[in-house]
Design a protein around this ligand. Structure first.
Ligand SMILES: [Zn+2]
Ligand SMILES: [Zn+2]
Length: 427
């Protein structure tokens, strides 16, 4: 009896035990299987009922034996007096017994809470079957058009990387000899090893206006050693983005002219967005498989772009990574980016807007239902902000592209698709 009392007493103090399925739950009165805390002590259903009935009747029992019967599951009916004494000993209190009125009130409370929960549940946003279908289609479209083995990259004209110091020297001395070598990672970490402001200025002054710095007569076209490879990469990516766009539900309902207008103005933004998948925060590079296809800021400057684009672009990539988007959110954002009604040349703005609105609702619903806190906090707003960032990146890219394609020896390194999409200054 003593041991049972202690066991029940201990479990009473530790309410967590009530939820711990590994701890045996034993009635502190009779040793039978307990069902939980009743009137302040761990007991079985039988002893719970016995205590309530006794208290309600204000019953007075007397022990037919010596007043110290050992209560067990089997003999608990034999001596009510000792059973009740045991109940009080393990801490059962009549104050815990509810009056009939209280029982009724409690029942009503439980009913009310259940109803409230049901209402809440019915009001909670749910991803409809149709919305889920949109998500599934976009996921499939993306997986079909984004090869994360990057195995096609070896079909591009190969990357040619020039040692940065050598490059600077060559540019300053206007030497016509070009030394090329394949890249090893230490050559091109000018950006990630906390660059000094002066380096930005240097890069800016070096590459900011290459039209005046690399005249055709001095072997200018070979300056941009990464241009052929990256032009092929961009051209390839354009094709993949077109393939993705065509699978966006609703996109094919647009006129051919509107499809082209949307793609022409958004494709560079989508390329920047999708490239986030290969962006690596550890070394601030786009890592597409082997070291040959690991692109750092310096590689892109060797394709004719400068820090005015690359600094905000890397910032954008870092910001995107930190959002930790689900793939569902990533593909929806790309689709929303493409279906922007305010792009130049779009005729049927209401239809584009309707398609974009539907995608935005899917994205918001998805975030509410599937993105757990704290990552979901303001996530939709942050994603829309990223679209605004992309607009200025797009603008800066166009500016730099115009300078780049101005020179025939540069534009001849591009591909017909790139020239068609981004424009050809010569023609
Ligand atoms: Zn019992
Ligand atoms: Zn007794």
């Amino acid at each position: 009896m003593k041991m049972e009392y202690t066991a029940a007493g201990a479990s009473m103090c530790n309410t967590d035990m009530e939820f711990d399925r590994n701890v045996p739950r034993i009635c502190g009165v009779c040793g039978d299987k307990a069902t939980g805390f009743h009137f302040n002590a761990m007991t079985c259903e039988g002893c719970k009922g016995f205590f309530r009935r006794s208290m309600k009747r204000k019953a007075v029992f007397s022990c037919p034996f010596n007043g110290d019967c050992r209560i067990t599951k089997d003999n608990r009916r034999h001596c009510q007096s000792c059973r009740l004494k045991q109940c009080v000993d393990i801490g059962m209190m009549k104050e815990f017994i509810l009056t009939d009125e209280e029982v009724q009130r409690k029942r009503e409370m439980i009913m009310k809470r259940k109803e409230e929960e049901a209402v809440k549940e019915s009001q909670r946003p749910k991803i409809s079957e149709e919305q889920q279908k949109v998500i599934d289609i976009l996921l499939e479209a993306h997986r079909k058009t984004f090869d994360d083995t990057y195995s096609d990259f070896n079909q591009f004209r190969p990357p040619v990387r020039v040692n940065e110091n050598e490059n600077v020297y060559r540019r300053f001395t206007r030497s016509s000899s070009v030394h090329t070598q394949s890249c090893s990672s230490e050559e091109s970490d000018a950006f990630n090893s906390s660059p000094e402001p002066s380096e930005f200025t240097l890069a800016g002054s070096l590459f900011g206006d290459f039209r005046s710095q690399s005249s055709p007569s001095e072997n200018g076209s070979t300056d941009l050693t990464m241009l052929p490879h990256l032009a092929d990469l961009v051209s390839y990516s354009i094709q993949k983005v077109i393939g993705f766009a065509k699978m966006i539900p609703g996109f094919r309902d647009l006129t051919a002219e509107d499809q082209i207008a949307l793609l022409k103005s958004s494709v560079i933004e989508v390329i920047m967005l999708r490239s986030n998948q290969s962006f690596n925060l550890e070394d601030m590079s786009w890592t597409c498989g082997s070291d040959d296809y690991k692109y750092k800021v310096d590689d892109v400057t060797q394709a004719g772009h400068n820090m005015e684009l690359l600094e905000p672009l890397v910032k954008f990539q870092v910001g995107m990574k930190k959002l930790c988007l689900h793939e569902e959110e990533h593909v929806l954002l790309m689709a929303i980016c493409i279906l922007s009604p305010d792009r130049p040349g779009v005729q049927d703005k209401p239809l584009v807007e309707a398609i974009q609105d539907r995608l935005s609702v899917v994205l918001q619903t998805y975030i509410m239902c599937k993105h757990p806190p704290p990552g979901n906090r303001l996530l939709y707003a942050k994603m829309i902000q990223k679209l605004a960032d992309l607009r200025s990146l797009n603008e800066e890219h166009s500016k730099q592209y115009r300078s780049l394609s101005f020179l025939p020896e540069h534009s001849m390194k591009l591909t017909p698709l790139v020239l068609e999409i981004f424009g050809n200054e010569i023609s």
